[in-house]
Each structure stands twice: as C-alpha cells, then as structure tokens.
Ligand binder design. Structure first.
Ligand code: G6P
Length: 479
C-alpha cells in the first residue's frame, strides 16, 4: 500500500520512513503533472520550507523535479512561514506553491502542503487529482523528471528569493499601522523554534511595537522537546512573562507560522474560539456590506450570535482551512477554525498566524482594552459559550465503534439534552435545543478521535460531556 496520502492539510510522514527524497520527488512530479494539465507551467512556482530537519534539502529536491518538468522555481533562501509563501503567489502571479512542512507534528515528521494558484490550501478535488498521478508514478506508468539542482541554478530555472519584505508590506496593508504605532504597545513572543523566526519580530518593529522578550527564537529541529503547537499547555512560560513584563499581549505561532496563540496581559490564554469571536465582531463593526463569514463545524457558535446581530450569514464548513479558504474566495469577509486558523478576504484565503497577531494588536490599540475585557463585553451582549475539545486515542476497532454510534444516532435525547439537529458534514454533530452541541470526528492529521463540546456554562458543559461519553462507552476524562 502506498504511504503517500493527503490528510486534512497536505501529505505528512516520518522522515526517512515515509517522508523520503524518493517520495518527495513522486509527490512533486504529481504536482507538476497537475500544473501542466491546468496549462500553468508557463508561470513560476514558489517553494518554501520551515525549520524542520533537512527542510532545505527536501525543498531542493522539490526544485529539481519542478525544474525537470520545465517549471521555473523561486526557492526561498531561508525557512519562511507558510502564509508568506502563499502571499508570494498573489504578489508575483505564480502558478502555486509547495511548502515543505509538517506544521505542528512531532519533530520526526515532515510533509508537503500544495497551495494552488488561488493562494489557499488545495481542495480535496485537487489533492485527489494529484493522488491519481502519484499512483501512476508508483505503478511505473509515469516518470519522474529531474534537473540536478546545480544545473537548474546555473540555467536560471531555479532562483532564490526571500518573501519577507514583500509579505511584510502585504500584512501592513491589511491592518491600520498608524493606529498600532500610535498605541505604543509592548508584546512578548513565543516563536516555538518555528518558521516565524525573523519574520514576526521584524514586522512588529516596523510597526513600532516593542518586543520585550522573545521565547524559542532560535532554529531547533527538535523544537526543544515539545510540539510546535501554540496551545495553552505549551504557552505557560509566555503567559507568565506576558504578565510579569506588563506586556499588552503575548503572541505565539506554530511550526510553520500559519496558526496563532494569544495571551491576555493578565497571563490568561485567549482560546482560538475567543480570538475568532473578537476578530469577527471587530471586522463586522468596522466593515459595512459584509454578506457572510465562515467557520468550521467544530468552531464556536458565538460567531453565529455575533454575525446574526450584525445581519450577516454564517457558512459552516468541514474542519480544515481548505474549506474556509474556499469560502473566503467565495465572498466570506473572515473565516476561521477552532484549531487556530484565521484569515480575512482582504489578505489571503490561507490561514496566517502573523496576521492574527497584528489584528489583535490593532484591536487592543483601537479599543484601549485587553482581549479578556473585550470578551466579557461580547458575552454580556450575546451570552456566554464555553467549549472544550477532548482528543481520544482509540484502537481502530474502538474508533469505528464510536463513529458508528454517532452515525446511527437517532435518539431524540442525549441524557437531558433534546436533539435539535444532526449535522454530518464532517463526523457527526448533534445540536441541542439548549444551544449546546457536540461533534465527534476522526482527526485527519493525528491517530485520534476528537470530541468537541459547547454549552452555555461550565455546569452544562460538564453534564453534557458526561452524558455523551457514557453514550459512546468512553470513560475518558477531559483533557
Ligand atoms: O482535526 P484535524 O483533522 O487533525 O485537523 C486539525 C487542523 O490540522 C491542520 O492544522 C489544518 O491545517 C487545519 O485546517 C486543521 O484544523
């Protein structure tokens, strides 16, 4: 069986096991076939990579195969954020991008994200097409074409570029730089040894924001023994420093800088759901004529309450920014997801952790209030929503059993909760008359089942969680 499959966000594998130079060449050849099919091979492609082990060499392998197919290549001269690479597609009118990254996966992983010419994540239709080419290459009916790297450089088929300056300019066009500069803000950063190194600090400096401390600001392919994931649990040092240094915000990025982490000056973690709600409200307050916003099926319904209050529609998508990106292309002014992805139509249909940092600074600068205070005001207006995600490690059999229970769900109630609707756009979601909901779905990036809960308060959340886990035959505690 082939080890090359595309999950929620690209192809990922363990380095030297599945993620080998040979397999990178196969995936690249398949992408080259797709590009040629679309008649886009007259335009260059950009290749980026993050701080992972041998990232630059895997990127060179990608360059050799694209060059072997007669496609000109702009290769990043250093690790770069995924959104900076995607931004170059727009700014330079490119055929697409290939980003060598495994995002927040453990250090032994690497991967490839293909970003087509619309500058957002590839849709499943596109990755299915690429997978068909992968299979043809694997069974020998298509060949991999290679131009050795040194020759491609000499011939000018491959040239090096740094997206930093141009990307910084694009970001600064989306935010109100004068407002941010005028507020004299201080921040603490946590770059998690990732691709945001050299990018976020520089852009903040250009915007007159003082970086009082910067954690994990050096390349480390082992990520200091942790996952490069900006979750509450991994941002404790950032939280402590943000509070101790009297900073206005703590900002973090994931391994390839497309996802964000935000800390309130009180040292409290601001969840992605909360950030999405705050930024959706800010955008809908600032912009008139917005028709719709987008969120995934796993994301807080507080967004719906905010959008409804502004007379704006909400589109619910499966999990994965590839779906949100399509909605942004189709007119959603802002879109985001619970796992820490967000972007706006004025920018890119690709999630961008740096953009979120700047938008949060703009929010604090404009309101003069910290995120948690702004959230309290939102809750006072729209009612509270509390949420939790439980990630459960299960055997394949247990996983099938849990998903089957949900698929076949027909009872009118879960414990005391009366079912309003069963939604099956990704896993199975039950919404309840109380306004609470639960979603059960297999992860596309990790061997897990994710169970998401949302309720009006902690007490309802705990009760619903107990009732649902009991129905699923799971005695798993939260967290
Ligand atoms: O829940 P999963 O299928 O594991 O996906 C979790 C997340 O993985 C990646 O970061 C994708 O870019 C996101 O769009 C997705 O939300």
């Amino acid at each position: 069986m082939s080890v090359i499959t595309f999950g929620t966000d690209g192809w990922r594998g363990v380095i030297a096991k599945e993620f080998t130079f040979a397999n990178v060449a196969i995936v690249t050849q398949a992408v080259a076939c797709y590009i040629k099919d679309r008649g886009l091979n007259g335009k260059p492609m950009i290749i980026g990579f993050d701080q992972r082990f041998l990232g630059h060499l895997f990127a060179e392998r990608v360059a050799e195969v694209l060059a072997g197919n007669g496609i000109s290549v702009l290769l990043c001269d250093a690790p770069a954020p995924t959104p900076a690479v995607a931004a170059m597609i727009v700014s330079q009118g490119l055929a697409g991008a290939m980003m060598v990254t495994a995002s927040h996966n453990p250090p032994e992983y690497n991967g490839i994200k293909f970003i087509p010419e619309y500058a957002g994540p590839a849709t499943p239709e596109i990755t299915d097409e690429i997978t068909r080419y992968v299979r043809e290459i694997e069974n020998g009916s298509l060949e991999v074409h290679v131009m050795p790297y040194a020759r491609a450089l000499r011939a000018g088929t491959v040239s090096l570029l740094s997206p930093r300056v141009r990307y910084g300019e694009m970001l600064k066009q989306v935010v109100d730089g004068a407002m941010i500069r005028g507020a004299g803000l201080k921040v603490v950063l946590d770059l998690m040894h990732g691709a945001g190194i050299g990018y976020l600090e520089q852009i903040l400096q250009e915007l007159g924001v003082e970086v009082v401390a910067c954690l994990r600001n050096s390349p480390d392919p082992l990520f200091g023994g942790e996952l490069p994931e900006p979750s509450a649990q991994r941002l404790q040092e950032l939280a402590r420093l943000t509070k101790d240094k009297g900073a206005d915000l703590g900002l973090a990025l994931d391994g390839d800088a497309d996802r964000f982490g935000v800390i309130d000056p009180s040292g409290e973690y601001v969840t992605p759901n909360e950030v999405l709600a705050l930024l959706t409200d800010a955008l809908l307050t600032r912009q008139t004529g917005v028709k719709k916003v987008a969120r995934t099926v796993a994301t807080t319904h507080l967004i719906d309450r905010i959008a409804t209050a502004h007379g704006v529609a909400v589109v619910e998508t499966p999990v994965g920014f590839k779906y949100i990106g399509q909605e942004i292309l189709n007119g959603a002014a802002i879109g985001g997801e619970e796992s820490g992805g967000l972007s706006v139509a004025e920018h890119l249909p690709e999630k961008d952790g740096l953009l979120v940092g700047l938008l949060m600074l703009q929010l604090v600068a404009g309101s003069g209030r910290p995120p948690k205070q702004l959230l309290a005001e939102l809750v006072a207006k729209h009612g509270a929503m509390v949420n939790e995600r439980v990630d459960v490690h299960l055997t394949e059999e247990q996983k099938a059993a849990v998903l089957a229970v949900m698929k076949q769900w027909s009872h009118p109630q879960v414990g005391a909760w009366v079912v309003k609707e069963k939604i099956v756009i990704d896993g199975v979601k039950l919404t309840f008359l109380s306004g609470a909901w639960v979603l059960v779905r297999p992860s596309g990036t990790e061997p897990l089942v994710r169970i998401y809960f949302e309720a009006q308060d902690e007490q309802e959340l705990v009760g619903l969680k107990q009732a649902m886990l009991k129905e699923l035959g799971l005695s798993v505690p939260a967290g």
